[in-house]
Write a protein that binds this ligand. Structure first.
Ligand SMILES: Nc1nc2c(ncn2[C@@H]2O[C@H](COP(=O)(O)OP(=O)(O)OP(=O)(O)O)[C@@H](O)[C@H]2O)c(=O)[nH]1
Ligand SMILES: [Mg+2]
Length: 374
């Protein structure tokens, strides 16, 4: 039966002999569209039951007018049971198919998914959902067999009721699984669609230093949330910078990432790990933001440690440029600035001192980026 191995079947469709499909698959994911974009709303078990039963009750069997009443009853109830079960099986299969195969996704999406959710739990949930399909078929077979032997129309009615009862109890046991899928859907769909063909700037740093204010100020994304407390940004926000040239326009991607604390990787939470993933897997240029003042609530020495960690681990031995921004220049004293400069060995490198609150000097970052990419 097809659905018995529906998860596996899906694999075969993508990776089997259907070369055209797999080609299409890789073409789509080469530009790294969020593969969860087509993970649509997952209905609740009650919604699924309501649809299935209402379609079943509206269905009509083809039966001649003159047929004996018992034949009419058999056909009518057979049709109702068949329609209800088919409706449920089709919809459950659709739900399973909507969830991309995590193991086959591009690194960025696969790793981000495993940060955002427990992938074993997801696989288990899909397995459980898949597991009820043969049970539903079994209910259909059993009841159709019994329907064949009825001697009065009333018996047909009660057989159908008994089938619907069993279907309901099976579906109700899936309540939690369906709710779970709908919840993770919300998280996964928030992952930005990164275009692999466009450069990607990742803005990183300690929490509350002004990363979001900077991205909001220099990109097209004006919806980014800025607040006075740390860890306001809990996910990756994508914005764009458009550079007009004489005959065309270049589009760059810029990612506002959550704050990262200076601590061992194993201790970092799922919010920080999203920023680490963006730095490791999609950055072409890193904008490291410092707050040289105590305003962000974290010590400058911790920020310096983080800076060195990022420089050592995510610049691919200098292949990825790291730009330094000293934000909150309106609050910073000259001794704070000098201390920071000395600690990070600032000599020739471009240094941007900004006030992202007013937008002052953000234009200098834009000019630098323009020069670099034009
Ligand atoms: N005085 C001053 N305040 C700033 C400046 N830039 C940002 N802020 C303020 O600092 C606070 C934090 O700004 P955000 O842009 O949310 O900082 P963030 O680094 O994105 O913070 P998280 O998302 O929590 O990591 C907000 O209250 C901003 O208004 C600046 O240049 N000067
Ligand atoms: Mg932020």
């Amino acid at each position: 039966m097809l659905f018995k191995n529906s998860i596996i079947t899906k694999n075969v469709i993508f990776y089997g002999s259907l070369e055209l499909l797999s080609h299409l698959y890789f073409t789509i994911f080469k530009i790294m569209k969020n593969p969860f974009n087509e993970f649509y709303h997952v209905p609740s078990s009650q919604e699924l039951l309501d649809i299935a039963f209402s379609r079943a009750m509206k269905s009509s069997a083809k039966v001649s007018k003159n047929a004996p009443i018992i034949i009419k009853a058999k056909k009518k109830e057979t049709m109702r049971i068949k329609v209800a079960i088919k409706e449920l099986i089709d919809r459950i299969l659709n739900i399973i198919k909507m969830v991309p195969m995590l193991d086959e996704l591009p690194d960025f999406y696969r790793e981000l998914a495993s940060v955002l959710l427990n992938t074993d739990e997801l696989k288990l949930t899909l397995g459980k959902l898949n597991g009820i399909l043969p049970v539903l078929s079994q209910i259909e077979r059993e009841h159709l067999k019994k329907l064949n032997k009825i001697e009065a129309p009333k018996e047909g009615d009660s057989l159908r009721r008994s089938a619907f009862g069993r279907i309901s109890s099976i579906m109700n046991k899936q309540k939690k699984n369906l709710v779970y899928l709908n919840n993770i859907r919300g998280r996964l769909r928030e992952i930005p669609s990164i275009d692999d063909a466009l450069p990607c700037i990742v803005v990183a740093g300690y929490p509350n230093v002004g990363k979001s204010s900077i991205v909001k100020g220099i990109s097209t994304n004006k919806k980014i949330d800025v607040q006075e407390y740390p860890f306001t940004t809990k996910k990756l926000n994508l914005g764009h910078i458009e550079i007009k040239r004489r005959f065309d326009t270049i589009k760059l991607q810029i990612i506002d990432s959550p704050g990262i604390l200076d601590r061992p990787m194993a201790k970092r939470n799922n919010i920080e790990l999203q920023a680490i993933l963006a730095l490791r897997l999609i950055s072409d240029l890193i904008l490291f933001v410092f707050d040289p003042t105590p305003a962000c609530g974290y010590s400058i020495n911790s920020q310096i440690e983080l800076y060195y960690e990022i420089k050592e681990n995510f610049t691919k031995e200098g292949k990825i440029e790291l730009i330094i921004v000293f934000n909150k220049k309106d609050l910073a004293s000259s001794s704070e600035i000098e201390y920071l400069k000395e600690k990070i060995n600032m000599r020739e490198e471009p240094l941007f001192m900004t006030n992202a609150l007013t937008g002052e000097d953000l234009i200098k970052i834009i000019r630098y980026i323009e020069k670099r990419y034009v």
